[in-house]
Design a binder for this molecule. Structure first.
Ligand SMILES: [Zn+2]
Length: 364
């Protein structure tokens, strides 16, 4: 009897806008009517916006917004109804118009886009664009005084000590990685943290398949479970953020917590595999049990009940029920408002500890 080897990670789709004047034609071809709200986790790559694009942006945006209600939440949290024409759009700042341009380029409605808009000479500005299924648009500026987190990052040893992680954190970790890992672990409930303490954390320059957009990977071979972080993935936070624009989190945190979600949903299978290693004569039956729990995770099964047949909150989550769970798990921790908006019943399930119960039920 052989155990399954499970490798699961999250690969974001990137939409590349070589210059803002180009429409993303491939995306337009893909677009279709959506029946459900979703969280748009694409990386909207773009060149820094030059101030000279100011007028042209309003002219390009106006036809796309025609007939749609547009509300802007300014840096003081005040709401303004904006006429979706050129004159109205000029009331918005360049980053807000850039965010609208990027978020609306795909032509799909219903999404939440957390985009870092790069503006020439000004770095990047986190802006959220929310689109209703009916096409209504809300654009949210980062609040005055809100700023990117730039606390001093803990050292590798500091992280290990603080969260009592087993094993090494090998190599020299980039500051962004250390900060993202610290922030990810801080988001976990004690029972969830306890679970990730027992797995191994590792770090590699890049994914073995050469995919540079991959930031992390969960790998389970029998009792041995590893979450890898890839340095190449730290670039993921260049064009997107997660959470609130007032306290934007790195997109790397999304990738890490997604992998923790896999570790969580595979914990029952792993427990059976670990028992098999100590069981001698009974090992075969325990491995078979592990394989069954790996395929049909009790956590994922309970989650699917809460999802009640709806699509995953992100497009990537529709790859499988395991990915759907990992994406919802990640959003619940890194951007709970996004999960509440897209899948309120799933948010309620997590908030009431449904995922912990589904795992805890196995302990006795
Ligand atoms: Zn995954």
């Amino acid at each position: 009897m052989k155990w399954r080897t499970r490798r699961s990670s999250r690969v974001g789709r990137a939409a590349v806008g070589r210059a803002l004047v180009h429409l993303l034609l491939a995306m337009l071809a893909l677009s279709c009517g959506r029946a459900h709200l979703f969280y748009d986790a694409r990386e909207l790559r773009h060149q820094p916006l030059p101030p000279a694009r100011d007028r042209a942006l309003s002219a390009e945006l106006a036809p796309r917004l025609a007939g749609r209600a547009l509300v802007w939440i300014d840096a003081d949290g005040k709401e303004h109804a904006i006429a979706p024409d050129e004159a109205g759009l000029r009331k918005l700042g360049l980053p807000e118009r850039g965010a609208l341009w990027l978020a609306l380029a795909g032509g799909e409605r219903g999404g939440e886009t957390d985009v870092r808009v790069r503006v020439a000479g000004k770095g990047s500005v986190p802006v959220t664009v929310l689109q209703g299924i009916d096409g209504d648009v809300r654009v949210i500026s980062p609040p005055r005084g809100g700023r990117d987190q730039d606390d001093k990052a803990l050292s590798e040893e500091g992280i290990r000590d603080r969260f009592k992680l087993r094993g090494r954190l090998p190599g020299t970790w980039h500051e962004t990685e250390r900060r993202a890992l610290t922030e990810s672990l801080e988001l976990l409930a004690p029972a969830e943290l306890e679970l990730v303490r027992r797995i191994v954390w590792d770090r590699e320059g890049r994914a073995r398949n050469g995919d540079e957009s991959r930031a992390a990977l969960y790998e389970m071979k029998g009792c041995r479970a590893v979450i890898y972080l890839y340095s190449s993935g730290v670039r993921a936070d260049r064009f997107r953020f997660v959470g609130d624009p007032a306290a934007p989190r790195s997109a790397v945190v999304h990738a890490i917590v997604h992998e923790i979600g896999h570790a969580f949903e595979q914990a029952a299978a792993r427990r059976a595999y670990c028992a098999a290693e100590k069981a001698g004569g009974r090992a075969g039956a325990l491995i078979a049990e592990g394989n069954r729990l790996s395929d049909r995770s009790p956590v994922v099964e309970a989650y699917l009940g809460a999802l009640a047949g709806l699509p995953a909150p992100t497009d990537y989550g529709n790859a499988s029920s395991h990915e759907s769970f990992a994406e919802s798990y990640a959003l619940f921790h890194v951007d709970p408002a996004a999960l509440l908006r897209t899948r309120p019943a799933v948010h309620a399930w997590f908030a009431s500890g449904g995922h912990l119960r589904a795992l805890g039920a196995l302990e006795d």
